[in-house]
Design a protein around this ligand. Structure first.
Ligand SMILES: Cc1cc2nc3c(=O)[nH]c(=O)nc-3n(C[C@H](O)[C@H](O)[C@H](O)COP(=O)(O)OP(=O)(O)OC[C@H]3O[C@@H](n4cnc5c(N)ncnc54)[C@H](O)[C@@H]3O)c2cc1C
Length: 292
Protein backbone atom coordinates (compact mmCIF):
# COMPACT_ATOMS: atom_id res chain seq x y z
CA UNK A 1 0.00 0.00 0.00
CA UNK A 2 1.15 3.56 -0.63
CA UNK A 3 0.76 6.63 1.59
CA UNK A 4 -1.95 9.20 0.99
CA UNK A 5 -0.72 12.35 -0.73
CA UNK A 6 1.34 14.72 1.45
CA UNK A 7 3.58 17.74 0.94
CA UNK A 8 7.24 16.95 1.67
CA UNK A 9 9.54 19.43 3.46
CA UNK A 10 13.26 19.05 4.13
CA UNK A 11 14.41 21.83 6.49
CA UNK A 12 18.13 22.53 6.90
CA UNK A 13 18.03 23.83 10.47
CA UNK A 14 16.13 23.06 13.68
CA UNK A 15 14.70 26.59 13.58
CA UNK A 16 13.35 25.98 10.07
CA UNK A 17 11.81 22.65 11.17
CA UNK A 18 10.11 24.37 14.11
CA UNK A 19 8.83 27.14 11.81
CA UNK A 20 7.27 24.50 9.54
CA UNK A 21 5.67 22.77 12.54
CA UNK A 22 4.21 26.10 13.64
CA UNK A 23 2.98 26.89 10.13
CA UNK A 24 1.15 23.60 9.41
CA UNK A 25 -1.49 22.13 11.70
CA UNK A 26 -1.43 18.70 10.15
CA UNK A 27 2.30 17.88 9.99
CA UNK A 28 4.40 14.87 11.02
CA UNK A 29 8.13 14.78 11.63
CA UNK A 30 10.06 12.07 9.81
CA UNK A 31 13.26 10.79 11.46
CA UNK A 32 14.31 7.19 10.72
CA UNK A 33 10.90 6.40 9.22
CA UNK A 34 10.89 2.92 10.80
CA UNK A 35 7.59 3.53 12.56
CA UNK A 36 6.18 6.46 10.61
CA UNK A 37 6.88 4.80 7.24
CA UNK A 38 4.66 1.76 7.91
CA UNK A 39 2.00 4.00 9.49
CA UNK A 40 1.93 6.18 6.35
CA UNK A 41 1.86 3.15 4.08
CA UNK A 42 -1.01 1.59 6.02
CA UNK A 43 -2.70 5.01 6.11
CA UNK A 44 -2.95 4.84 9.90
CA UNK A 45 -1.25 8.25 9.70
CA UNK A 46 -2.41 10.64 6.94
CA UNK A 47 -0.62 13.93 7.60
CA UNK A 48 -0.95 16.70 5.00
CA UNK A 49 2.73 17.62 5.55
CA UNK A 50 5.80 15.50 6.29
CA UNK A 51 8.84 17.34 7.69
CA UNK A 52 11.97 15.29 7.08
CA UNK A 53 14.60 15.81 9.81
CA UNK A 54 17.37 13.88 8.08
CA UNK A 55 19.42 16.91 7.06
CA UNK A 56 19.60 18.18 10.65
CA UNK A 57 23.04 16.76 11.36
CA UNK A 58 23.29 19.13 14.32
CA UNK A 59 20.94 16.63 16.06
CA UNK A 60 23.24 13.65 15.46
CA UNK A 61 25.77 13.73 18.29
CA UNK A 62 27.04 11.98 21.42
CA UNK A 63 28.60 14.33 23.98
CA UNK A 64 30.16 13.35 27.29
CA UNK A 65 29.60 15.98 29.96
CA UNK A 66 30.33 15.89 33.69
CA UNK A 67 28.03 13.25 35.16
CA UNK A 68 25.99 12.74 32.00
CA UNK A 69 25.85 11.73 28.39
CA UNK A 70 23.95 14.04 26.05
CA UNK A 71 22.73 12.50 22.82
CA UNK A 72 21.09 14.23 19.86
CA UNK A 73 17.63 13.09 18.85
CA UNK A 74 18.71 12.13 15.32
CA UNK A 75 21.37 9.72 16.60
CA UNK A 76 20.73 6.29 15.06
CA UNK A 77 20.28 3.14 17.12
CA UNK A 78 23.38 1.67 15.42
CA UNK A 79 25.55 4.51 16.70
CA UNK A 80 24.16 4.08 20.23
CA UNK A 81 24.98 0.37 19.99
CA UNK A 82 28.55 0.84 18.76
CA UNK A 83 29.82 4.20 20.09
CA UNK A 84 32.67 3.75 22.62
CA UNK A 85 31.54 6.80 24.61
CA UNK A 86 28.03 5.35 25.03
CA UNK A 87 29.40 1.94 26.02
CA UNK A 88 31.64 3.54 28.67
CA UNK A 89 29.20 6.07 30.16
CA UNK A 90 25.89 4.25 29.77
CA UNK A 91 26.45 0.58 28.89
CA UNK A 92 22.81 -0.43 29.33
CA UNK A 93 21.83 2.08 26.63
CA UNK A 94 24.33 0.56 24.21
CA UNK A 95 23.02 -2.94 24.97
CA UNK A 96 19.41 -1.86 24.58
CA UNK A 97 20.08 -0.20 21.22
CA UNK A 98 21.94 -3.29 19.99
CA UNK A 99 18.88 -5.41 20.80
CA UNK A 100 16.42 -3.38 18.69
CA UNK A 101 14.87 -5.13 15.68
CA UNK A 102 17.36 -5.95 12.93
CA UNK A 103 20.49 -4.31 11.54
CA UNK A 104 18.67 -2.37 8.81
CA UNK A 105 16.23 -0.93 11.36
CA UNK A 106 19.07 0.09 13.68
CA UNK A 107 20.81 1.85 10.79
CA UNK A 108 17.81 4.15 10.27
CA UNK A 109 15.87 4.32 13.54
CA UNK A 110 16.69 7.25 15.84
CA UNK A 111 16.66 7.93 19.56
CA UNK A 112 14.21 10.84 19.19
CA UNK A 113 11.92 8.85 16.90
CA UNK A 114 11.77 5.92 19.30
CA UNK A 115 10.96 8.11 22.31
CA UNK A 116 8.40 10.16 20.35
CA UNK A 117 6.75 7.02 18.98
CA UNK A 118 6.42 5.77 22.58
CA UNK A 119 5.74 2.12 22.00
CA UNK A 120 5.30 0.73 25.55
CA UNK A 121 7.42 -2.31 24.67
CA UNK A 122 10.28 -0.41 22.99
CA UNK A 123 13.80 -0.57 24.41
CA UNK A 124 14.88 3.09 24.40
CA UNK A 125 11.78 4.38 26.24
CA UNK A 126 12.47 1.63 28.80
CA UNK A 127 16.05 2.76 29.40
CA UNK A 128 15.07 6.43 29.48
CA UNK A 129 12.47 5.55 32.14
CA UNK A 130 14.89 3.41 34.16
CA UNK A 131 17.47 6.20 34.29
CA UNK A 132 14.86 9.01 34.40
CA UNK A 133 16.66 10.68 31.48
CA UNK A 134 16.09 14.35 30.72
CA UNK A 135 14.37 14.78 27.37
CA UNK A 136 15.05 18.16 25.79
CA UNK A 137 12.07 19.40 23.79
CA UNK A 138 12.33 22.47 21.54
CA UNK A 139 9.49 24.77 20.48
CA UNK A 140 9.34 28.18 18.83
CA UNK A 141 9.74 29.96 22.17
CA UNK A 142 12.68 27.93 23.47
CA UNK A 143 13.44 24.54 24.98
CA UNK A 144 12.04 22.74 27.97
CA UNK A 145 13.20 19.63 29.76
CA UNK A 146 10.91 16.72 30.62
CA UNK A 147 11.95 13.82 32.82
CA UNK A 148 11.33 10.48 31.13
CA UNK A 149 9.09 9.30 33.96
CA UNK A 150 6.70 12.18 33.16
CA UNK A 151 7.23 12.09 29.40
CA UNK A 152 5.24 8.98 28.41
CA UNK A 153 1.52 9.67 28.76
CA UNK A 154 0.00 6.55 27.23
CA UNK A 155 0.63 4.04 24.47
CA UNK A 156 2.02 6.06 21.51
CA UNK A 157 1.31 9.34 23.38
CA UNK A 158 3.92 11.64 24.94
CA UNK A 159 3.99 15.14 26.39
CA UNK A 160 5.53 16.55 23.17
CA UNK A 161 3.11 19.12 21.76
CA UNK A 162 2.28 19.38 18.01
CA UNK A 163 4.55 22.44 17.58
CA UNK A 164 7.48 20.85 19.42
CA UNK A 165 10.25 18.37 18.69
CA UNK A 166 12.75 16.37 20.73
CA UNK A 167 16.26 17.68 20.18
CA UNK A 168 18.37 15.80 22.73
CA UNK A 169 18.29 13.35 25.62
CA UNK A 170 20.54 13.46 28.69
CA UNK A 171 21.32 10.16 30.40
CA UNK A 172 23.08 10.08 33.77
CA UNK A 173 26.55 8.54 33.45
CA UNK A 174 27.09 5.26 35.29
CA UNK A 175 29.01 5.30 38.55
CA UNK A 176 32.09 3.04 38.72
CA UNK A 177 30.44 0.26 40.72
CA UNK A 178 26.98 0.49 39.15
CA UNK A 179 25.95 -2.76 37.53
CA UNK A 180 23.11 -3.30 35.06
CA UNK A 181 20.87 -6.01 33.70
CA UNK A 182 18.57 -6.04 30.69
CA UNK A 183 16.18 -8.88 29.87
CA UNK A 184 14.03 -8.79 26.75
CA UNK A 185 11.60 -11.58 25.98
CA UNK A 186 10.16 -11.74 22.47
CA UNK A 187 8.74 -14.60 20.42
CA UNK A 188 11.23 -14.22 17.56
CA UNK A 189 14.58 -12.48 17.25
CA UNK A 190 13.97 -8.85 16.25
CA UNK A 191 10.35 -8.70 17.38
CA UNK A 192 9.17 -6.17 19.92
CA UNK A 193 9.40 -7.54 23.45
CA UNK A 194 6.41 -9.11 25.14
CA UNK A 195 7.93 -8.05 28.46
CA UNK A 196 11.28 -6.36 29.06
CA UNK A 197 13.03 -5.50 32.31
CA UNK A 198 15.98 -3.18 32.91
CA UNK A 199 17.73 -2.80 36.26
CA UNK A 200 20.69 -1.05 37.84
CA UNK A 201 22.23 -2.04 41.16
CA UNK A 202 25.07 -0.44 43.11
CA UNK A 203 26.41 -2.30 46.13
CA UNK A 204 28.31 -0.72 49.02
CA UNK A 205 31.70 -2.21 50.06
CA UNK A 206 29.71 -4.13 52.74
CA UNK A 207 28.00 -6.06 49.92
CA UNK A 208 24.61 -4.50 50.71
CA UNK A 209 22.56 -2.73 48.08
CA UNK A 210 23.16 1.03 48.15
CA UNK A 211 21.26 2.07 45.01
CA UNK A 212 18.73 0.23 42.91
CA UNK A 213 16.36 0.95 40.03
CA UNK A 214 14.07 -1.27 38.00
CA UNK A 215 11.83 -0.48 35.02
CA UNK A 216 9.54 -2.70 32.97
CA UNK A 217 8.24 -2.52 29.42
CA UNK A 218 5.31 -4.33 27.84
CA UNK A 219 3.27 -4.44 31.04
CA UNK A 220 1.04 -1.38 30.61
CA UNK A 221 0.40 1.67 28.45
CA UNK A 222 3.83 3.15 29.18
CA UNK A 223 7.15 1.85 30.45
CA UNK A 224 6.98 1.70 34.24
CA UNK A 225 9.61 2.65 36.82
CA UNK A 226 9.40 0.77 40.13
CA UNK A 227 11.52 3.50 41.75
CA UNK A 228 8.89 4.52 44.34
CA UNK A 229 8.55 0.90 45.53
CA UNK A 230 12.22 0.07 45.97
CA UNK A 231 13.15 1.66 49.31
CA UNK A 232 12.61 -1.60 51.30
CA UNK A 233 15.10 -3.34 49.00
CA UNK A 234 18.03 -1.00 49.64
CA UNK A 235 20.36 -1.79 52.53
CA UNK A 236 19.88 -5.55 52.03
CA UNK A 237 22.18 -8.29 50.80
CA UNK A 238 21.17 -9.03 47.18
CA UNK A 239 20.45 -12.72 47.62
CA UNK A 240 17.85 -15.02 46.07
CA UNK A 241 15.12 -13.97 48.55
CA UNK A 242 15.77 -10.32 47.76
CA UNK A 243 15.43 -10.83 44.01
CA UNK A 244 12.40 -13.12 44.40
CA UNK A 245 10.59 -10.46 46.47
CA UNK A 246 11.44 -7.86 43.86
CA UNK A 247 10.16 -10.23 41.17
CA UNK A 248 6.81 -10.35 43.00
CA UNK A 249 6.68 -6.54 43.11
CA UNK A 250 7.30 -6.47 39.35
CA UNK A 251 4.64 -9.11 38.66
CA UNK A 252 2.08 -7.14 40.68
CA UNK A 253 2.77 -4.06 38.54
CA UNK A 254 1.50 -5.72 35.34
CA UNK A 255 -1.48 -3.62 34.29
CA UNK A 256 -2.40 -5.24 30.98
CA UNK A 257 -5.39 -7.60 30.83
CA UNK A 258 -5.46 -10.78 28.74
CA UNK A 259 -5.26 -9.98 25.03
CA UNK A 260 -5.81 -12.14 21.96
CA UNK A 261 -2.17 -13.24 21.98
CA UNK A 262 -0.82 -13.01 25.53
CA UNK A 263 -2.63 -13.92 28.77
CA UNK A 264 -1.97 -11.47 31.63
CA UNK A 265 -0.78 -14.36 33.81
CA UNK A 266 1.96 -15.07 31.27
CA UNK A 267 3.10 -11.44 31.36
CA UNK A 268 3.18 -11.57 35.18
CA UNK A 269 5.26 -14.73 35.07
CA UNK A 270 7.65 -13.08 32.62
CA UNK A 271 7.85 -9.90 34.72
CA UNK A 272 8.75 -12.00 37.78
CA UNK A 273 11.37 -14.16 36.08
CA UNK A 274 12.97 -11.43 33.96
CA UNK A 275 13.20 -9.07 36.94
CA UNK A 276 15.07 -11.67 38.95
CA UNK A 277 17.44 -12.33 36.06
CA UNK A 278 18.03 -8.63 35.35
CA UNK A 279 18.78 -7.97 39.03
CA UNK A 280 21.22 -10.83 39.39
CA UNK A 281 22.99 -9.76 36.19
CA UNK A 282 23.19 -6.20 37.56
CA UNK A 283 24.69 -7.40 40.84
CA UNK A 284 27.27 -9.52 38.97
CA UNK A 285 28.24 -6.71 36.61
CA UNK A 286 28.57 -4.33 39.56
CA UNK A 287 30.97 -6.79 41.22
CA UNK A 288 32.95 -7.12 37.98
CA UNK A 289 33.20 -3.34 37.62
CA UNK A 290 34.35 -3.10 41.25
CA UNK A 291 37.00 -5.76 40.74
CA UNK A 292 38.06 -4.57 37.29
C1 LIG B 1 10.34 -4.50 11.65
C2 LIG B 1 10.59 -3.54 12.79
C3 LIG B 1 10.98 -4.03 14.02
C4 LIG B 1 11.22 -3.16 15.07
N1 LIG B 1 11.60 -3.70 16.26
C5 LIG B 1 11.81 -2.87 17.30
C6 LIG B 1 12.21 -3.40 18.55
O1 LIG B 1 12.40 -4.60 18.73
N2 LIG B 1 12.38 -2.52 19.59
C7 LIG B 1 12.19 -1.17 19.43
O2 LIG B 1 12.37 -0.43 20.40
N3 LIG B 1 11.85 -0.64 18.25
C8 LIG B 1 11.64 -1.45 17.18
N4 LIG B 1 11.27 -0.92 15.99
C9 LIG B 1 11.02 0.54 15.91
C10 LIG B 1 12.29 1.31 15.63
O3 LIG B 1 13.10 1.36 16.81
C11 LIG B 1 11.96 2.73 15.20
O4 LIG B 1 13.14 3.24 14.71
C12 LIG B 1 11.45 3.69 16.23
O5 LIG B 1 10.29 3.26 16.88
C13 LIG B 1 11.06 5.02 15.56
O6 LIG B 1 12.21 5.72 15.29
P1 LIG B 1 12.38 6.44 13.90
O7 LIG B 1 13.58 7.30 14.02
O8 LIG B 1 12.34 5.45 12.81
O9 LIG B 1 11.12 7.40 13.87
P2 LIG B 1 9.97 7.71 12.75
O10 LIG B 1 9.42 6.42 12.30
O11 LIG B 1 10.61 8.58 11.71
O12 LIG B 1 9.00 8.53 13.61
C14 LIG B 1 8.24 7.92 14.63
C15 LIG B 1 7.36 8.98 15.32
O13 LIG B 1 8.18 9.89 16.03
C16 LIG B 1 7.97 11.23 15.57
N5 LIG B 1 9.29 11.86 15.65
C17 LIG B 1 10.42 11.46 15.04
N6 LIG B 1 11.46 12.23 15.44
C18 LIG B 1 10.96 13.14 16.30
C19 LIG B 1 11.54 14.19 17.07
N7 LIG B 1 12.85 14.47 17.04
N8 LIG B 1 10.73 14.92 17.86
C20 LIG B 1 9.41 14.65 17.95
N9 LIG B 1 8.81 13.66 17.24
C21 LIG B 1 9.59 12.91 16.44
C22 LIG B 1 7.41 11.08 14.18
O14 LIG B 1 6.65 12.22 13.80
C23 LIG B 1 6.56 9.84 14.33
O15 LIG B 1 5.34 10.16 14.93
C24 LIG B 1 11.06 -1.76 14.90
C25 LIG B 1 10.68 -1.25 13.66
C26 LIG B 1 10.45 -2.12 12.59
C27 LIG B 1 10.05 -1.56 11.26
Amino acid sequence: MKPALFAYHRPQTVAAALALLAEFDDAKLLAGGQSLGPMLNLRVARPAHVIDLNDLLELDFVRRQPGLLEIGSLTRHHRLATDAEVAAACPILAAAAASIGHYAIRQRGTLGGSLAHADPAAQLPLIATLLNAEIVVAGRTGTRMVRAREFFVSSLVTSVQPEEMIVAVRFPAFRPSQGWGLEIFSQRHGDFAIVSVAATVTCAPTGKVAELDVALGGIGATPLSLHARLAPFRGRVPDADWSAELGSVAASAVALEDDARIPAAYRRELAMTLTQRALMAAVERGEERNNG
